[in-house]
Design a protein around this ligand. Structure first.
Ligand code: GDP
Length: 442
């Protein structure tokens, strides 16, 4: 998401930064480029125009024209205005008792997945969520929610097969909840291909019955402007309190994210960035703005890694690396750690300037399959070979290649890279010396 926009803006800002002095014409040219980039990213026309108006007003001010680094100033203005457009400060959930959250949206937007992701998140925060399947239109949706609930260990209420009345189901669920010791209930509701009267009617009734603290509209960011229109329609029916933008991991142009807040007036509270249940988090406008500017999201990256890496193990393998004992068993452990982090591409996307680095990488370098192949090669080694890579002579290498079904060349390459890494990291290598020095400074 946003990579196209980030690329275009990067060129514009690079030009601005290169200018020692800035004239009104320079600013006007840059603003025209930015406006076009926003429109190409599918930002709503009026939103783009107002946005440019705000940036222009500030950019033409004396603070910029007289500044020593005018380009930087304009970039900063732009970044702040993007953050403001996305909603300013992050907005949390109202979870005062009775905490009920109604999750609404069109079919396929990601309601059921989001309900489970949210439940997992609340559970990890120490709350006791309960899930309720209120989609009586699509029978598979009930099973889908039940399966996800089981995966994350959250109790789920499943309506009896053939139930038709969603308010009756919700009433039963509230009864059931009394026996469950939960602190927050999440209701996954029915969708449609498009908004229709029957759906709106049903949601209105359910909403009136539940009086939920939060009504979260789940919108697929990949549907662009349509997502914004849908959000408005739902809001008129059931008074949406927040938006969840899903599929921000995709290639969509990002216009939905940028227009959503200002067109609907509703905060984007969460975003989904993948199919996995932990690929979800609060929507933080400032961080998103940094990403759009290609500045990456280092805070997000660190938080993401910290939640998934076993620090003790990481420290242990670091020690082994520095002492030159690092073998293929450690390599396997490290690969597992990497896999826990999720798809490499999504992760690296949080790094500043990654859009550009990615273009320079050989094709398929980030393909998760490569990781699997490397793992297969190491798993085809015997325990002895893994702990003593020096044993890996040509005939053993051929056996390994045949065992895991990878070309011999790939096996050789992996072993070569591994040896180089070991040498570099060990006390004798440059990196090892550097790390030792750093460790002694602490
Ligand atoms: P519902 O019909 O609104 O309940 O939608 P689902 O929860 O069944 O989701 C529809 C599809 O979108 C499923 O294949 C999900 O795995 C996928 N999905 C949901 N959220 C995300 C996301 O943030 N990123 C990606 N890539 N896929 C998602």
């Amino acid at each position: 998401m946003f990579s196209l926009l980030a690329d275009k803006l990067d060129n514009t800002f690079r030009r601005l930064r290169g200018l020692g002095k800035i004239s009104e014409k320079n600013i006007a040219d840059a603003l025209r480029d930015i406006r076009l980039a926003l429109l190409e990213a599918d930002v709503e026309f009026g939103v783009a125009r107002e946005f440019i108006g705000r940036v222009k007003e500030r950019a033409m001010g004396q603070e910029v024209l007289k500044s020593i680094k005018p380009g930087e100033q304009i970039v900063k203005i732009f970044r702040d205005e993007i953050a403001a457009l996305l909603g300013g400060d992050a907005v949390g959930l109202d979870l005062t008792d009775p905490a009920r959250i109604m999750v609404v949206g069109l079919n396929g937007a990601g309601k059921t997945t989001t309900s489970a992701k949210l439940a997992l998140r609340l559970k990890n925060e120490g709350r006791r969520p309960l899930l309720v399947a209120c989609d009586l239109v699509r029978p598979a949706a009930v099973d889908q929610l039940a399966t996800l609930a089981e995966q994350i260990g959250v109790p789920v209420y499943k309506p009896a097969p053939g139930s038709r009345d969603v308010v009756a189901v919700a009433r039963e669920a509230l009864e059931w909840a009394r026996t469950q010791n939960g602190t927050v209930m999440i209701f996954d509701t029915a969708g449609r291909q498009e908004v229709d009267e029957a759906l709106i009617d049903e949601l209105r009734q359910l909403h009136a019955f539940l009086s939920p603290r939060e009504t979260l509209l789940v919108a697929d960011a990949a549907t662009g402007q349509q997502a914004v229109n849908v959000a408005q329609t739902f809001d008129r029916a059931v008074n949406v309190t927040g938006i969840v933008l899903t599929k921000l991991d995709g290639d969509a142009r990002g216009g939905a994210a940028l227009s959503m807040r200002s067109v609907t007036g509703k905060p984007i509270k969460f975003s989904g960035e993948g199919e996995k249940l932990d690929q979800f988090g609060p929507f933080v406008p400032g961080r998103m703005a940094d990403r759009i500017l290609g500045m990456g999201d280092i805070v997000g990256l660190v938080e993401h890694a910290a939640a998934r890496i076993d620090e003790e193990q990481a420290a242990k393998s670091m020690d082994r690396m520095m002492s030159g004992q690092f073998d293929f068993n450690d390599f396997l452990d490290q690969m597992k750690m990497m896999q826990n982090l999720g798809p490499l591409e999504g992760l690296l996307g949080l790094l500043p300037g990654f859009g550009k680095i990615k273009k320079q990488l050989p094709e398929g370098a980030l393909d998760p399959k490569r990781m699997k192949h490397m793992e297969a090669i190491v798993l085809s080694m015997t325990a002895k070979e893994r702990s003593n890579p020096n044993l890996l002579n040509p005939s053993r290498r051929r056996r390994i290649a045949a065992g895991c079904g990878r070309p011999l060349m790939e096996v050789n390459k992996l072993i070569k890279n591994f040896s180089e890494m070991r040498k570099m990291m060990s006390g004798k290598g440059k990196m090892g010396a550097m790390m030792k020095q750093m460790a002694s400074m602490k």
